[in-house]
Design a protein around this ligand. Structure first.
Ligand SMILES: Cc1ncc(C[n+]2csc(CCOP(=O)(O)OP(=O)(O)O)c2C)c(N)n1
Ligand SMILES: [Mg+2]
Length: 791
């Protein structure tokens, strides 16, 4: 193990003490990180006054478990180009490290878990100290590193970033229980298929989750899983002191004893401490030659330290392993044995996950660390190495060298207009495919930055035309073996490093995490991509937490859910999506549209490519349909286009003071048009309002209501011509609550139609009848509103 002195240019030794070596500096910083993370949580819970009487929480044991791993990474191994997803409950460790670098303020630490302070879980959007990858929902950050590595490879292979500079490593420091989440394995498999490299997963293997001790048998299998996926597995089990003990007489028996000790017993002994270790070892190994000497040489305290000297708490071992992992061609999994709560009074206790130290315990720890009362936040108090030396050391740490880590990527120009694809009868899904294929052909500047992806539904969501033109991405060139031999096919997919479609296996979690990674290449790697992901609309729910995760990180992408609703009709009751319009309405960071006609869709897509690039923009969700509809013959005016992206327009404007309007979203437009045609025979002034985005209408309105500006909002203006007593029949192929709120805008009465049950196959006529979306249902609703108005 090298113990290099300070690099050249460090301050001269003004102190008489010998210059500390790297190991000493790191040990001091490790101790400080343990203290600061523990204190930060204690302060938030016991020192900062509480106004609401609620528990603040925090995870001292989870933090202590990973202190050494994080110390080695940030103060020694990482380079500024590397990106890290930190285990959610290790957030205080991350903030403590940034504090020592001078990148985090004391005020933020004092307000840990308070409004505007350091976040409970590392957050790239809310924290102020440059979090690379948000975590919180266990398993997500882990998967994100693999997809971020894929995104990086995509940029390099397509030569959007220089490939003569070293790639960054995408690193996850992971809790062992995160491997209970299936999405981690989905990501592992997909990463293997895509030959992802430059990934490290460092498992904090403390064998404890929230409730439980992790089953021994499981982790015995885990390294096999990684090896099968062609990862290199580095198991860091014992620290230098234990290894030295194993090398002595009787050492083999000691090693066998620990190896065979069940997780639960080992944890319990770690909690009980030196005397318990002694009596257990005497009982089990008393006859082993050499063991008596070993026990006699150690008092209880040092025996405890020896027996808990697992590799994940041994700086030398950890650093050596990290530095040795220089092969960028293979992903590496480090299984680092640790003890949850290491160095704290509840170490190893099975209930320590949310355990908090009490006042007496924190004071004892403070005293043990040599920190005077009042100096709790002092970055260098109580350490063996002087402040001057530590500051010099920190200044020279590779990760702490000046480098732009949050890039501001230039915008990709978007044409002022996109051509509406021709065709009298088209579905919005077919229209989407054609618009994208047309971009591939006619707008190379835009097309070059688009990357598409789909979980095995590329063809059935109409991305085929685009892929035919732009190819499938593969890190290594693939001979097109099928080209000569295969049967005639509409799908002419070439595969290679210049391809622009990332084909995924059927795992919607992966789709969303990949979209999160592709949608952050601007800030992460300095080059913007414009990701477009497609899936069957109902399966948004399958990956919903990952979608939420992507939006929470402010990733920018266009998501296309198609087919949607019951309108997919014979294609299957189980695939009917009912709730997705509400997801579109309610998901922060996502703007949802459901166009009825292809010219609307074209305008919305153009807007979306801009919106995902603006500072205050976000991701976009388009809910599309496979139902072919007769397209209107019309030329959209600039005003029409604006209204379409603002969320709605009158297809048939109401007469001033009209008593009735039909409000429709999506493919039910056919029924709405026919019902409207019949209604105007009796109520000549009735209007037909097309809502392209319930969310855009609602968000603008809700914002304005709070500022007293509601009258000027688009939705208010749209409804203005109606009589105050007018009724609205709202109708969509989705949950009726999506549009029923429109009643509160102008205090109109609403009869909301939509889908609240699902599951029947059938044709559109049967299903629209069964779910009350057909012309009769709309007429009936209109009649009821009119009758009610009369009573
Ligand atoms: C998706 C999700 N489910 C549940 C939780 C609640 N939770 C937080 S931590 C945790 C256990 C974590 O154990 P592990 O990953 O081993 O971390 P450590 O032992 O290091 O604290 C659970 C279940 C969560 N954060 N995310
Ligand atoms: Mg654990």
């Amino acid at each position: 193990m090298s113990s290099a002195p300070y690099p050249a240019g460090s301050p001269p030794a003004t102190t008489p003490t010998p210059t500390p070596d790297v190991g000493q500096c790191l040990t001091a910083l490790e101790q400080k990180v343990l203290w600061l993370s523990t204190w930060m949580i204690h302060h938030a819970n016991h020192v900062r006054p509480s106004r609401d009487g609620l528990k603040v929480g925090g995870h001292q044991a989870s933090c202590a478990s990973m202190v050494t791993l994080m110390t080695a990474l940030y103060f020694d191994v990482l380079r500024p180009i590397d990106r890290v997803a930190v285990k959610p409950h290790g957030s205080p460790v991350y903030h403590a490290i940034q504090y020592l670098f001078g990148n985090q303020s004391r005020d933020q630490l004092e307000r840990f878990r308070a409004f505007g302070g350091a976040q409970s879980y590392p957050s790239r959007t809310k924290d102020l100290d440059d979090v690379d990858i948000s975590t919180g929902s266990v398993g997500m950050g882990v998967a994100m590193t693999s997809f971020a590595a894929l995104a990086q490879a995509f940029l390099r292979k397509r030569q959007l970033v220089a490939d003569d500079t070293p790639p960054g490593r995408m690193i996850a420091v992971v809790g062992d229980a995160e491997f209970d989440e299936g999405n981690v394995f989905e990501a592992l498999l997909e990463g293997w298929k895509h030959q992802v490299t430059n990934v490290w997963w460092i498992i904090d293997y403390n064998r404890q989750s929230l409730d439980a001790i992790v089953a021994d048998r499981f982790f015995n299998r885990l390294d096999t899983v990684f090896k099968t996926m062609e990862w290199r597995v580095v198991t860091l089990k014992y620290g230098t002191r234990l290894e030295a003990a194993f090398a002595r007489r009787g050492g083999d028996a000691l090693r066998d004893w620990i190896d065979g000790c069940p997780n639960s017993s080992y944890s319990a002994l770690a909690y009980q401490g030196g005397a318990a270790w002694r009596s257990r070892l005497e009982r089990d190994l008393g006859d082993t030659s050499g063991l008596r000497e070993l026990l006699d040489e150690h008092d209880d305290e040092s025996l405890h330290r020896l027996m808990t000297n697992l590799a994940g708490h041994d700086l030398e071992t950890v650093r050596e392993a990290f530095h040795a992992a220089t092969d960028d061609e293979t992903p590496v999994c480090f299984i680092a044995y640790t003890i949850k709560g290491h160095g704290l009074p509840f170490e190893g206790h099975k209930d320590n996950h949310a355990g908090l130290m009490n006042q007496a315990q924190i004071e004892a720890l403070r005293a043990q660390m040599g920190i005077a009362e009042g100096d709790e936040w002092e970055p260098f108090a109580g350490l063996d190495v002087g402040e001057h030396e530590l500051r010099a050391f920190l200044d020279a740490v590779p990760f702490n060298q000046h480098a732009e880590r949050r890039h501001r990527a230039p915008r990709v120009p978007v044409p002022a207009t996109l051509a509406v694809p021709p065709g009298d009868r088209l579905s919005t899904q077919a229209g989407f495919g054609r618009v994208l294929a047309d971009i591939a052909r006619r707008h190379p500047e835009l097309a070059d930055r688009i990357v598409t992806t789909s979980p095995d539904v590329t063809v059935s969501t109409n991305l085929g035309g685009w892929v035919n033109r732009r190819g499938v991405f593969s890190q290594s060139p693939q001979a097109d073996v099928f080209h000569q031999d295969r049967p005639l096919s509409a799908q002419d997919w070439s595969m290679g490093p210049s391809g622009q479609h990332l084909e995924l296996g059927i795992a919607e979690n992966n789709l969303f995490v990949l979209l999160a990674a592709l949608g952050l290449t601007g800030p992460l790697f300095g080059v913007r991509l414009l990701p477009v992901g497609t899936l069957y609309d109902p399966f948004i729910s399958r990956g919903l937490d990952a979608l939420n995760y992507a939006c929470y990180q402010d990733a920018r992408f266009i998501l296309v859910g198609t087919p949607s609703g019951v309108s997919l009709a014979p294609e299957g009751g189980a695939h009917q999506s009912v709730l997705t319009p509400l997801i579109g309405l309610g998901q922060p960071g996502l703007t949802a549209f459901e166009p009825a006609f292809v010219d609307e869709l074209t305008q919305i897509l153009r807007w979306s490519f801009d919106h995902i690039q603006t500072d205050d923009g976000g991701a976009v969700y388009l809910r599309l349909s496979t139902r072919p509809l007769t397209q209107p013959r019309r030329e959209l005016s600039p005003e029409d286009r604006t209204q379409i992206v603002d969320g709605g327009y009158w297809l048939v404007p109401p007469a001033p003071g009209a008593e009735l309007a039909i409000v429709v979203c999506g493919p039910v437009i056919s029924e709405a048009l026919e019902a409207h045609r019949q209604i105007v025979e009796d109520i000549p002034g009735a209007g037909l309002l097309v809502v392209t985005s319930a969310g855009r209408l609602q968000q603008a309105w809700m914002r304005a209501v709070k500022t007293g500006d509601a009258e000027r909002t688009h939705v208010r203006r749209l409804l203005q011509p109606l009589a105050p007593s007018a009724g609205l029949v709202t109708v969509l192929d989705g949950h009726p609550a999506t549009l029923s709120w429109l009643g509160s805008v102008g205090r109109h009465r609403v009869l909301p139609l939509g889908v609240t049950r699902f599951g029947q196959s059938g044709d559109v006529q049967d299903l629209y009848h069964a779910y009350e979306l057909d012309v009769d249902a709309i007429l009936d609703a209109a009649a009821r509103l009119c009758v009610d108005a009369g009573t």
